[in-house]
Write a new protein. Structure first.
Length: 199
């Protein structure tokens, strides 16, 4: 049975700090792996045009950020595509057998709160150990059975929509799990879990 795990995580959040310093609001809309060591994040920024501009400048200067590409926008909100080295939290998640339910980088609480779904209780210990190796303290707040009626995230809904469109659920399948994984940027093992939840 899947468990919903809530961790309290003491980690720096340079993304939110950059926004706060400049008077902007930032949230991670989506994320996906680019390769073993790097990932992409889609950020939503809100604030004055100057606050957004200054935040993007700071994001580009953060350690580990490879690229920051923003939408052409003079409004009070914009989206930014960020390519960066995987933060320790994200690396721990991809190395374990879990699926994020919310992004700890969106947490405004200090320490931040991170919720994820796990198949095995031992995954929680592995996550905490991996975080500890990176100097990040974490402790369990709560572990409960995952509600079978849990609402899918936007990312999961998008993945399922692509799977339907490409014929993954048809018999015979028109696309393999591996090809679908490459298409949506998700490892086949994680993708299989997402797809099994709706089969």
């Amino acid at each position: 049975m899947f468990k919903k795990v809530s961790l309290e995580v003491k980690s720096r959040n340079d993304l939110l700090a950059a926004a706060k310093i400049n008077g902007a609001m930032l949230s991670i809309a989506d994320c996906w792996p680019l390769n073993r060591d790097e990932m992409a994040m889609l950020l939503d920024l809100a604030g004055t045009p100057n606050a957004i501009k200054n935040t993007i400048t700071m994001l580009r200067e953060l350690a580990g950020v490879k690229e920051a590409i923003e939408e052409d926008s003079d409004t009070s909100s914009t989206r930014v595509f960020l390519a960066l080295e995987k933060p320790r939290i994200c690396r721990s998640a991809t190395e374990s057998d879990i699926m994020c339910l919310d992004c700890p980088f969106n947490s405004t609480e200090v320490p931040s709160r991170w919720r994820f779904a796990s198949r095995k209780t031992s995954d929680v210990g592995e996550i905490i150990a991996r975080l500890g190796e990176g100097g990040i303290q974490a402790r369990v707040q709560d572990i409960t059975p995952l509600d079978k009626n849990v609402i899918l995230s936007q990312k999961e809904k998008g993945i399922i929509a692509v799977a339907i469109e490409r014929g993954y659920f048809e018999f015979p399948r028109r696309i393999t799990l591996e090809d679908l994984g490459r298409l949506v940027g998700v490892e086949p093992a994680s993708l299989g879990k997402i797809l099994r939840s709706v089969e």
